[in-house]
Structures are given as C-alpha cells and as structure tokens.
Design a binder for this molecule. Structure first.
Ligand SMILES: [Zn+2]
Length: 382
C-alpha cells in the first residue's frame, strides 16, 4: 500500500529470470516452524556472537502470536520496562521471510535494551533513534544471505551455491527492500514537519502528501484523491505519532555498521570485494564482530552519536552512503549496462500541466530508471 518495500514484486525485476530468487517461506512451512522457533533461531544468532540471550521474563511475558481471544494492535514492537529485567516483544508472527526478518529487527531492540540496562536511566536509549532501528537490521543483513540460510537448514546446499546470476537476483530483491525504502522513509517526516511548521495547512494535508509521494517516491495514487481523503493518517506511524526519520537514518547507517563488523570478522575485504563481497558477508558465530557491536551498544546514549559510531567504524563519525553503494555495487554495474542497452531514461516527469519535472535522487538513479517505462505519469493532484 505504501510502496515502502518493493520486494513483493521482485519477480517483475529479477535480472536473471531463469535463475531462482530465494524464498524461505516453503522451507518454514515444511519444517513446521512456529513463532517460538523463529524467535529461538534469532536469539541463537545473537548469542553465537557472544551477545546476551533473552531473559526468562522475555520468554514468559512476550506476545509472539496473534491472540485468539481479543483484538490487539498487531504492529510489531519491542519494549523496555526500565527495571533492568523486564523486556518484551509484541508481534503477531506469520511464517514468512518478512516476519523472520522482523523477529530479528525487534530482537535487536531488546538486545540494545539489555546491553545498556546498567547505565543511568537517562542514558538508556539509542545513541540516536536511527541506531536503535539499525541493530536488528544489521543482524538481518547476515541472516538473509543464501550462505547463512544454508547453515541454518532453510535452503538446500545446491540452492545456496555461489552463482553470480543468483547473486544479482538476491541483490535486486535486497535493493527492492532497502533502496526503494529510502525515499519513503524520508518523505513521511518531511510531510509531518511541514505540517508542524504550518507550511502545510489542514486544508492541504492530502494534496501535499501526494505531491511528495509523486516527487520524491515516484508513485501515483490508483484513483483521484481529494481533501475528503486523509491518506497519511492510514500510516501507523502518522496516526500513532511515531517519528519516522529514524528508519531513514537506520537504512543508511546499518550498511556502515555491516561493513565495519564484516571487516572486523574478516568476512569482507574492502581491497578485494570480488573475492569477499559485502553482500555475501555473514557475521554468525563471530566473536570479534560481537565484541565490537557490544562495545557500541553498551554506551547507550551516554555519548554523542558520532563518538558511538566511531567505536565500530574505525573513527568514521559521519553518516554516509558509501557502504550502501559498496554493498549494491554488482547490481549497480549490471543496471548501468542494462539501462544503456535498452536506452532507458533516468528519472520521471509529472505530466498534465504540471511544470515541474523530477530527477531521481542521485543515490537512487540506477533504481528509478527501471520503472520509468512502467508508470504513466498522468497523476491528478488535488
Ligand atoms: Zn524498530
């Protein structure tokens, strides 16, 4: 609905259509996975790196399945009860790849709570909100690699065999989650902050929303919208007043953290990325990476975030997209070639008397040109 994660339409975009894309849902069903088993597998990743297991209270008091006897808000969340003992997750877990990743995401929050639990209450928080969102996602970047899926028995040896074409399909599916998210993650709070500033008046809530959706994200509504509709209010984080920029920040810094941990683990060689590419790194069972991550998490918010970032990034104190670009380099190379081959144009334009044309953010340029031919830009803004 939000076009925030495009991986569910990955079959349309696979670079090598004759090669498989990896989906673990059938294996989860075949092996009779339960919500608890997903959570135990996730916990085992953290402990394999020397991080903390989930405490007993977590297992007794969390809600990890949709209750049958009442209605609850199913949006997954993780909670710190601030007594240094009680931490819980609430999630209506389905047996899908998406939820398997969400389990790791939420457990990343709890691992952070546990690591900083002995700090003064004022410092029991992420170095910045983006750090909190990034912890579990960093773990997931290893978990979803084909080679890790083989290790935990969710993919057969043959399906996980190294193959550059399967790799491209894997990277495309990752990009449809991670890169396609960026414009969406950015525009939510741009819209909200402009509302708070008074730059967007209540008589233009929906119109300005769709302007941003068109300009920044390059999507259009399926039918004509008006101020009778309030589309942003249907997004959980808008209605529940949850800040969103943290996710945008997370989707960038998680690649910096991933690169730093993978380098420490000897799983990535920046000087020889062809032999050990960043997208193929798995930090499972690596104590060096675990110690480094722990060192960062234990600081909570007791230091300014650039100081905390510098702990694991060998002194780098800035948020930047270089690691994200390195991760997707093989896909970017392929897209450059493929777009040239097909003469695809970069960017998108709004037609129908709209005088502005829009270029893709340079970070995303390789991505949007895939869609230019697909979409018809005859959007009617209110
Ligand atoms: Zn989160």
């Amino acid at each position: 609905m939000w076009a925030q994660d495009w991986s569910n339409v990955k079959d349309l975009f696979l670079p090598c259509k004759n090669k498989p894309s990896l989906d673990i849902a059938p294996a989860l069903r075949e092996q009779n996975y339960t919500a608890e088993r997903m959570f135990r597998v996730s916990e085992e990743f953290f402990t394999s790196m020397g991080l903390s297991p989930m405490p007993e209270k977590f297992w007794n008091l969390s809600i990890i399945e949709k209750p049958k006897d009442r209605t609850i808000v199913c949006h997954a969340s993780a909670w710190d009860f601030c007594d240094s003992k009680d931490f819980r997750i609430k999630q209506c877990t389905d047996m899908t790849m998406e939820d398997f990743v969400t389990v790791h995401h939420e457990m990343g929050h709890v691992e952070y709570y546990i690591q900083y639990k002995d700090l003064h209450i004022a410092f029991r928080d992420g170095a910045n909100p983006g750090f909190h969102e990034a912890v579990g996602d960093v773990i997931s970047l290893s978990v979803v690699t084909p080679k890790h899926m083989v290790k935990i028995g969710l993919l057969s040896d043959s399906a996980g065999k190294k193959d550059s074409e399967v790799d491209l399909n894997y990277l495309m599916s990752q990009a449809l989650s991670k890169v396609a998210f960026l414009p969406f993650g950015y525009l939510i709070d741009v819209w909200r902050w402009n509302v708070f500033r008074g730059k967007i008046s209540s008589s233009h809530y929906n119109c300005e929303w769709w302007k941003l959706r068109s300009e920044v994200q390059g999507v259009q509504p399926p039918n004509i919208r008006s101020e009778e509709d309030f589309d942003p209010g249907a997004k959980y984080h808008i209605a529940a007043n949850v800040p969103y920029m943290s996710y945008f920040v997370s989707y960038i810094i998680q690649f910096q953290f991933h690169r730093a941990l993978c380098t420490a683990a000897g799983e990535y060689d920046p000087k020889n990325p062809l032999a050990k590419p960043l997208h193929d790194c798995d930090i499972y069972r690596n104590k060096k990476a675990g110690d480094l991550l722990k060192e960062m998490l234990r600081l909570g918010s007791s230091k300014p975030w650039p100081d905390v970032m510098a702990v694991i990034t060998e002194g780098n104190r800035r948020m930047d997209v270089s690691a994200l670009r390195e991760y997707f380099q093989p896909l970017e190379n392929w897209l450059r070639k493929d777009n040239k081959k097909h003469g695809a144009a970069v960017g998108w334009k709004l037609s129908k008397n709209r005088s502005y044309s829009v270029s893709c953010m340079s970070l995303l340029f390789f991505f949007c040109l895939q869609f230019t031919d697909v979409l018809d830009w005859s959007v009617e803004l209110c």
